[in-house]
Design a protein around this ligand. Structure first.
Ligand code: PMP
Length: 389
């Protein structure tokens, strides 16, 4: 007898935790047609508007002409093209690191790093609000996992202090650089100093910082002025601000060679299409040549925060384009999201277990392709909801 699946699904519906997909008819951009109706979307990770940029599309087309559609094999077989190789060199230079290595997704990059560097019995310390892929990475690695209080280097220091250093045992700290559901930054300087004192690896997942933060857009580590020596393992995704798909790990030479030799999510999977690498090379150039995209995005963040403050909405400590509005109960978050959708604004409700109980929220995400007028429109719609149960 197989397990009944209907009852748990119904329970999710009853608890307002049922997840459903919407069908998008066109490209990533603020004005979208979803489930047949026009909406203004405030939920894309395409922070700089590069997913649908003419130069990126052109590079993708040329990549397809040159390399065909599929990579056809894993990197270590014969899927590693000149385009992949050039992108790795450019990502290493962009992030100021010895080398970079492409993975097909950020999820796989995170699993691959933990599996390649950690063995059963090693110690792994993670922020409680780390992305699911880092938590799953812990499971795969077999390391003993300890989850410290969110963004609390003091709590991590206490936990490290209680851990006796064992010969031949690795200690590893991993954190989101920008937390995906809250938008705040990890205390990376403090984590780097703890990693140095205790002789640990430190890994930052900068999925939401690459392209967005730092003068050159090189991410949270550039923004905080942290070097490869201080944070040796950097993971960045290509599917968010860079507008394409895939991910990379950047860091010291030996780290990258170790991943090539032993990260199973690198070795046993088909390389991303070479055309995606070509498209990403084009978007990387735009990230560096057009800092005004980041400037406009920063202005929108300020505008949104000031406007929300005037409405008395509860925001989080975030200076990034991820701007959650905490509304409390899951049911309320769903009602607000539905009501915004009626008015033509797509803002998802994020509920437990993705966020803690009682902290359900609307997750507003801003993009450089939004206009000030569009942000004003959203603020006006939110104003109509304030005070409603
Ligand atoms: N890390 C973080 C912090 C993320 O937000 C995401 C994507 N939601 C990932 C990793 C996974 O990246 P990808 O979508 O490329 O698998």
């Amino acid at each position: 007898m197989t397990r009944d699946l209907k009852a748990p699904l119904q329970a999710l519906r009853n608890e307002h935790r049922y997840r459903s997909r919407r069908i998008l008819e066109g490209p990533q951009q603020p004005e979208q047609v979803i489930d047949g109706r026009p909406v203004l979307a405030f939920c894309s990770n395409d922070y700089l508007g590069l997913a649908n940029h003419p130069r990126v599309i052109q590079a993708f087309r040329q990549g397809v002409e040159a390399y065909g559609v599929g990579a056809g094999a894993a990197h270590l077989v014969n899927g590693h093209t000149r385009a992949h190789h050039a992108l790795e060199d450019e990502l290493a230079a962009f992030t100021g690191r010895d080398r970079a290595l492409l993975f097909s997704t950020g999820y796989m990059a995170n699993l691959g790093v933990a599996q390649a560097l950690l063995r059963r019995g090693d110690r792994l310390f993670e922020d409680r609000l780390n992305h699911a892929s880092l938590i799953d990475a812990a499971m795969i690695s077999g390391a003993r996992l300890s989850r410290y209080h969110h963004a609390d280097a003091g709590d991590l220091a206490r936990r490290l202090g209680k851990t006796a250093r064992e010969e031949d045992r690795e200690t590893f700290i991993s954190t989101d650089a920008v937390f995906s559901m809250d938008g705040n930054l990890a205390p990376l300087e403090a984590l780097a100093s703890l990693a140095d004192t205790h002789g640990c690896w430190l890994m930052a997942d900068d999925a939401h910082g690459i392209g967005v933060l730092g003068e050159r857009g090189a991410g949270t580590l550039e923004h905080l002025g942290l070097s490869q020596d201080q944070v040796p393992i950097l993971m960045g995704t290509l599917g968010k601000a860079l507008g394409t798909s895939g991910a990379f790990v950047a860091g010291p030479e030996d780290l990258i060679e170790t991943l090539i030799q032993s990260a199973r999510t690198y070795i046993y999977t088909t390389a991303m299409p070479a055309a995606v690498a070509e498209a990403t090379r084009a978007s990387l150039r735009i990230v560096q040549q057009e800092p005004e995209r980041r400037g406009h995005l920063r202005d929108l963040v300020v505008q949104f925060r000031e406007g929300s403050g005037q409405l008395g909405l509860e925001l989080m400590e975030s200076t990034t384009p991820i701007q959650p509005i905490v509304v409390g109960a899951s049911e309320r978050a769903v009602q607000w999201s539905d009501s915004l959708l009626q008015q033509g604004f797509l803002v998802p409700a994020i509920r437990p277990p993705t966020v803690p109980q009682g902290r359900a929220r609307l997750r507003v995400t801003l993009s450089a392709t939004h206009s000030r007028a569009q942000v004003d429109g959203l603020l006006q719609a939110l104003g109509g909801l304030v005070g409603k149960p």
